[in-house]
Design a protein around this ligand. Structure first.
Ligand code: PMP
Length: 353
């Protein structure tokens, strides 16, 4: 710490992202990346965008990308905001829409970046405990609030809140913004984007990092009423007038347009997830119902942290959170069939099953 640091910086506990080890030949199942890689059409578009045109600034409004997202979701381009990964989109949301006089609400077990943004932007918050079965119970959010945010499916549990319950929440909260963080929705959830036309207080956030396998390109977006989008544009333009570079815009547009590759790879991840769930249950794991590209599982007889370390010694990395209520769980990203088979074989050995 230095005497030059501001009080805000002194009070920050920054988010620590999952490890990105440099070692080759790892079975990397720790940060919910997609094992199939980006659409070949997206890679081709990025290659084509690499050249002389890089001397020019990108489109500050990323209009081509907003139009592609709008077309895909059947909404207007004016209802779309884009940013450098959904993390940046979320940052703008905390400052532009969730910094209110009343505390905002989010689940006590959810994306650990939320309290970090609250610290950065001095947003008051209250956490609402998950139910005993680790689901988000929206009935518990019936109290005055400055906004509500949660991931759906939730992270790191993978549990899904049905759309009818979200609609009920919107109806009972007409005066506060409800943000649904749909980073994992394409692996079995139902997007709340269909509700945005009817609820001017709903903002839905998605990313190209997971279902479109472009975590390295850093593209995320939000969909909602133009008034909410305008708030985010104001924040963005006060921070960096170019949300995305030329390569990111080109790759993201092509990835959104390649529906066939998207459908094929999402289906493959879902099929592998279902097989992995069965295999882990056969080893005695309790597995929470997952609508995401990861599963959250605990073994009644084996310590999760020790299992994670034993897996690591076999070059397989999964995520373990040393947090109350979930320290006996492992979060395992759904990889290829081969990667998941290697994980199950290693666990068999570790558990002596
Ligand atoms: N929301 C949730 C719930 C996530 O798990 C993640 C990934 N860590 C993000 C948002 C951010 O994803 P990205 O910035 O890659 O779009």
């Amino acid at each position: 710490m230095s005497r030059f640091w501001s009080d805000v910086v002194k009070g920050l506990t920054p988010y620590v992202p999952g490890e990105q080890p440099k070692l080759a030949n790892l079975v990397k199942l720790n940060t919910n990346e997609n094992p199939y890689g980006p659409s070949p059409r997206a890679l081709e578009a990025i290659r084509a965008a690499t050249g002389e045109s890089l001397k020019l600034y990108p489109d500050p409004n990323a209009e081509q990308l907003k139009a592609a997202i709008g077309k895909y979701h059947g909404i207007g381009a004016q209802n779309v905001f884009v940013g450098n990964g959904s993390d940046e989109v979320l940052a703008h949301i905390f400052l532009g829409l969730l910094k209110q006089s009343r505390p905002i609400l989010f689940p006590d077990i959810s994306y650990s970046f939320y309290p970090v943004y609250c610290g950065l932007y001095q947003v008051d918050f209250e956490t609402i405990p998950l139910a005993n079965d680790f689901s988000i119970r929206l009935g518990d959010y019936a109290k005055p609030n400055g906004g509500i945010i949660f991931p759906n499916p939730n992270a790191p549990t993978g549990c899904l809140v049905p759309l009818v319950e979200i609609e009920r929440l919107l109806q009972s909260n007409p005066d506060s913004v409800v943000v649904i963080d749909e980073a994992y929705v394409d692996f079995g959830g139902e997007s709340a984007i269909s509700l945005t036309a009817r609820y001017p207080n709903l903002l839905v956030v998605q990313t190209l990092s997971k279902s479109r396998s472009l975590a390295g390109l850093r593209v995320g977006f939000a969909v909602g009423h133009v008034d909410l989008i305008e708030a985010l544009e104001r924040v963005k333009n006060s921070f960096n007038s170019y949300p995305l570079d030329r390569l990111a815009i080109a790759g993201a547009v092509a990835a959104i347009e390649d529906r066939e590759y998207f459908d094929k790879t999402c289906k493959a991840v879902i099929a592998t997830r279902e097989k992995l769930v069965g295999d882990l249950k056969a080893l005695g794991f309790e597995v929470l119902p997952s609508a995401a590209n990861f599963i959250f599982a605990r073994h009644p007889q084996h310590d999760a942290q020790e299992s994670a370390l034993a897996l690591r010694r076999r070059s397989i990395i999964v995520r373990h959170f040393k947090l109350p209520r979930i320290e006996q769980f492992l979060r395992i990203t759904v990889g290829t069939d081969e990667q998941c088979d290697a994980l199950v074989a290693a666990l068999k050995e570790i558990l002596g099953a």
